[in-house]
Ligand binder design. Structure first.
Ligand code: HEM
Length: 343
């Protein structure tokens, strides 16, 4: 289906909604009535036509609005982009991966022409055309990683692999669920995951790291992560906490269905050919409870998941203030009958 890009805002007046097709393809993350952290990694193989995993990087109706919001966030705080000097090979790996993927998968919107190392990239929705010499950063208007991170939906971290662990040595992060790139840049796997409750005891982090250290070129993987966000706001960063943290106090039983959004991250990881680094892509999808309830089985499932949520996760995910109201609103969709595993 041809993509029509919407005019949207992810702050202030929040002009954002999902079309019926966007709701239908939403990556609803709960296959069971309970939720706990697990090593939910699977191969990032081609999904069904029209699904969010049809292509390596999903471009949808929110593309233009999200790219404009990225630029706004970066203009207000340059610290959302960082790249340590030894990550230049990984930056070019990222450029190659994303330009090739977008131009192959969405040829009506993106094109890449190569004559040896002389490349020309065209992005029609954002009206960008750039010729450059691949591998020569002086021919780009900015860092190559920054240039392409601005043109693909989601956040990106470039990981360096050394000493049997991964280091977050570069990133473009403007739509994070309350963590800070400026704080985490240069940290190792165990350091940046330290605040996550219960995951260490469950052994999730050690097993996931072991898996990723063996990630192979050409065999990317993915997982879903989720939280709940008040208002369709992409930039829920600690740096801007004063701008969004208090929104949690504005939720009441009348507005809970429109204010509270399920925020799902489609996280994918690709081994990189020159640097032997890894790209960690975090693509955020937002859907209000009201939109979600157009599929009553999702509302029923979410009710069960939230009702039985571990208190440490309610607190860590910042849901404490509105959690009871959310569970109460969702309860109207739950008749108590059994649900099969799957979504
Ligand atoms: C948080 C697991 C890969 C960065 C988390 C959480 C889990 C998790 C369960 C808590 C999320 C929540 O409750 O909302 C995993 C697994 C991975 C993985 C299983 C393997 C694929 C990565 C990678 C990065 C990363 C590659 C790269 C930077 C983070 C950060 C947080 C986080 C920054 C937030 C921590 C905080 O509260 O400050 N991760 N993760 N994760 N993860 Fe991962």
């Amino acid at each position: 289906m041809a993509l029509a890009f919407k005019q949207e805002t992810f702050r202030n007046d929040y002009k954002y909604s999902n079309s019926p097709n966007a709701i239908k393809r939403f990556p609803f993350p709960f296959a069971e009535d309970q939720y706990m952290y697990s090593v939910n990694i699977e191969p990032h193989v081609k999904g069904k036509t029209g699904s969010v995993s049809e292509f390596a990087f999903d471009v949808d109706e929110h593309y233009v609005g999200e790219c404009l919001d990225k630029q706004l966030t970066l203009d207000l705080d340059r610290g959302r982009y960082a790249a340590l000097p030894h990550m230049m090979d990984a930056q070019w790996d990222f450029v190659e991966l994303t330009m090739e993927a977008l131009s192959n998968d969405y040829p009506e919107h993106f094109s890449l022409k190569k004559e040896g190392l002389n490349w020309t990239w065209e992005n029609k929705p954002l009206n960008i055309k750039q010729s450059f010499v691949f591998g020569d950063a002086s021919t780009m208007p900015m860092d190559p990683f920054e240039f392409m991170s601005k043109q693909v939906q989601g956040d990106f971290v470039l990981l360096d692999q050394r000493d049997e662990t991964l280091y977050a040595d570069a990133g473009f992060v403007t739509s994070q669920a309350d963590w800070s790139l400026a704080f985490d840049v240069g940290m190792s796997w165990r350091e940046w995951h330290a605040p996550v409750p219960r995951a260490t005891e469950l052994g999730v982090m050690d097993r996931a790291l072991k898996y990723l250290l063996n990630l192979q070129l050409g065999s990317p993987v993915r997982r879903l992560n989720w939280t709940m966000t008040v208002n369709p706001r992409l930039d829920t960063s600690p740096e801007n906490y004063p701008l969004w943290g208090t929104d949690r106090n504005t939720v009441n039983p009348e507005n809970v269905a429109d204010k509270v959004h399920l925020r799902v991250e489609l996280q994918s990881l690709f081994r990189l050919p020159r640097s032997n680094g890894i790209v960690f892509s975090i693509r955020c999808y937002l859907m209000s409870l009201r939109e979600l309830s157009s599929y009553p089985r999702w509302a029923k499932r979410l009710h069960r998941v939230q009702k039985t949520m571990h208190p440490d996760l309610i607190e860590y995910k910042g849901m404490t203030k509105f959690h009871p109201m959310m569970v109460e609103w969702l309860s109207q969709f739950d008749d108590g009958s059994a649900m099969a595993v799957g979504t």
